[in-house]
Design a protein around this ligand. Sequence first.
Ligand SMILES: *[C@@H]1O[C@H](CO)[C@@H](O)[C@H](O)[C@H]1NC(C)=O
Ligand SMILES: *[C@@H]1O[C@H](CO)[C@@H](O)[C@H](O)[C@H]1NC(C)=O
Ligand SMILES: *[C@@H]1O[C@H](CO)[C@@H](O)[C@H](O)[C@H]1NC(C)=O
Ligand SMILES: *[C@@H]1O[C@H](CO)[C@@H](O)[C@H](O)[C@H]1NC(C)=O
Ligand SMILES: *[C@@H]1O[C@H](CO)[C@@H](O)[C@H](O)[C@H]1NC(C)=O
Ligand SMILES: *[C@@H]1O[C@H](CO)[C@@H](O)[C@H](O)[C@H]1NC(C)=O
Ligand SMILES: *[C@@H]1O[C@H](CO)[C@@H](O)[C@H](O)[C@H]1NC(C)=O
Ligand SMILES: *[C@@H]1O[C@H](CO)[C@@H](O)[C@H](O)[C@H]1NC(C)=O
Length: 389
Amino acid sequence: MLAHSLSLGALALASVASAQTPNVSLLIDNPFYYDLTRSLNVRSLLPFVSARKGAAFHWGSTYSPPSTAETNWTSEVFLTYFAHMRAENLCNGFPIRCGALRNFPHNTFWHNQLPAWLPGNVTAYDLVHNVIPLHVGTEIKALGWNVTSWDVTNELISDTATYNMTSWECVQNADRWPTVTYDGGSTPLVTNLSFAYATWQTALMSASPETRLSYNDYSTGAQDAKTECVFKLIADLNANASIPYNRMAVGFQSHVGAQPGYFVPKAELEITFARLAALGVESMVTEMDLWIQANDTVNQRYQAAIWGDYLDACLYASNCYEFINWDNRDDTSWILPGDGHGVAIATLFDMYGNPKPVTYEIMARFARYAEGAAEMCATALGTESCTVY
Ligand SMILES: *[C@@H]1O[C@H](CO)[C@@H](O)[C@H](O)[C@H]1NC(C)=O
Ligand SMILES: *[C@@H]1O[C@H](CO)[C@@H](O)[C@H](O)[C@H]1NC(C)=O
Ligand SMILES: *[C@@H]1O[C@H](CO)[C@@H](O)[C@H](O)[C@H]1NC(C)=O
Ligand SMILES: *[C@@H]1O[C@H](CO)[C@@H](O)[C@H](O)[C@H]1NC(C)=O
Ligand SMILES: *[C@@H]1O[C@H](CO)[C@@H](O)[C@H](O)[C@H]1NC(C)=O
Ligand SMILES: *[C@@H]1O[C@H](CO)[C@@H](O)[C@H](O)[C@H]1NC(C)=O
Ligand SMILES: *[C@@H]1O[C@H](CO)[C@@H](O)[C@H](O)[C@H]1NC(C)=O
Ligand SMILES: *[C@@H]1O[C@H](CO)[C@@H](O)[C@H](O)[C@H]1NC(C)=O
C-alpha cells in the first residue's frame, strides 16, 4: 500500500461531497442475531464459516511486531479476533499472505527510490530475464509453502484508466512501474508487459500449487474503468503468459471511506466478484480499512454497515476465501490525523484498543453466516432501504 497515502489523499481532495450520513440499520441492533455481551471471539466461528464455504476461510489482519506494551494486546487480538496474518517478511505460525513484487516506487524514476533489491542500472532485458525471476523466485521459495496467497503484482493500473484501453495502456499510464526510464531520460525501459509476464511465470513456478496468485490494487471493485482494466490485465496474463485462471485471484485493497463515492456498494462488489468467479478467479479483500467523517454514533454505525457489507459480499460470494483487515488500532493506522481522510479513525479498534460498533457488527455478520442464514440486504444503504430483521 505504498501508494495509498498519495492516491487516496488526492482522491479525498478531489471531491468534497458533504452528503448527510444515513443512520443505518445494523445486525447488532437485533438481539436475536447478536448479543453485545457475547465475546468477540471471531476465531471460534471460523471453522463453521469454512464448513459452509467448503474451504478454509482466511480472516486476518496486518501484523508488524509492536515495539511497546501493545505487544500483549496484539497477541490477544490475533488469538481471538483474527486468525490469519498479512506480512511482508514474517512467518510465525499463522497462515500468511505475502507480497512478491510490491516495492516498486510510486510515481518516481527508479534512481530516486529504488526498492532495496533492485540494482540501480539495469537493462530491460536484464530486468525481465534475470532480476525479476531471481528476486521473485527467491522471495517466494524463502517463505515456503505456508503462504495462502501472494500479491504477485500490486498496483499496476493507472488511476486515470479509461474504458477501452488495452491492458498495456492501463499499465503504461500508471507512470509508476518500470515503464519509465531508470535515469530520468526519455527512453522507457520496459515497453510492454514482459515484466509482468516474467513475474507471474516465476510465481507460478515457485509457489505451492495451493497458493493463490493475486493481482492486487486499490480503488477497484466497482463497475468502472479501472476495474475493467483489471479484467483486461488478467485476460492478458492468461492468454500471453499462460497463467491459468484457476490459480489467479484479484485482491481488492479496499482502503475506503464512509462517504458515497468512497466505497464500493455491495451490489457492485457482488457483480465484480461473480464475474471473476465465472472465470475461475478468486476474489479477495486484502487491505480493508474505512475512515469516517466524524466520530459520532451515526458515522460509527455507517462504518459498521459498510464494513459488514464488504464482509458479506465476500462471505456470500462463491469465490472469496480471504479477507484481510489493514492495521489493528486507530493509533497505529497508516491513516493519520489531518491527512485528508475525514477523521483519522479507520480501524476496528480505537486508540486505546477498545472495540467499536464495527468490531461487534463483524462478529455478528460472521455469526449469522456461520449459522447458515441467507444473505441480507445492503445495510449501508440506510434504514429506509434495508432493515435488518
Ligand atoms: C439510529 O438508528 C438506531 C437503530 O434504529 C436508533 O436506535 C438510533 O436512535 C438512531 N439514531 C439517530 C440519531 O437517529
Ligand atoms: C505481557 O504478557 C507477559 C506474559 O503474560 C507478561 O509477563 C508481561 O508482563 C506482559 N507485558 C506487558 C507490557 O503487559
Ligand atoms: C548504466 O550502464 C551502462 C552500460 O554499462 C552505462 O553506459 C551507463 O552509463 C550506466 N548508467 C548509469 C546511470 O550508471
Ligand atoms: C508451515 O506450517 C507448518 C505447520 O503449521 C509448520 O510446522 C512449518 O514450520 C511452517 N513452515 C514455515 C516455513 O513457516
Ligand atoms: C468500450 O468499453 C465499453 C464499456 O466497457 C464496452 O461496452 C465497449 O464494447 C468497448 N468497445 C470496444 C471497441 O472494446
Ligand atoms: C517487449 O519489449 C521488448 C523490447 O523492450 C522486446 O524485446 C520483447 O520482445 C517484447 N516482448 C513481448 C512479449 O512483446
Ligand atoms: C496478448 O498480447 C498481445 C500483444 O501485446 C495483445 O495484443 C493481446 O491483446 C494480448 N491478449 C490479451 C487477451 O490481452
Ligand atoms: C471516538 O469515539 C469513541 C467513543 O464513541 C472513543 O472511544 C474513541 O476514542 C474516539 N476516537 C477518537 C480518535 O477520538
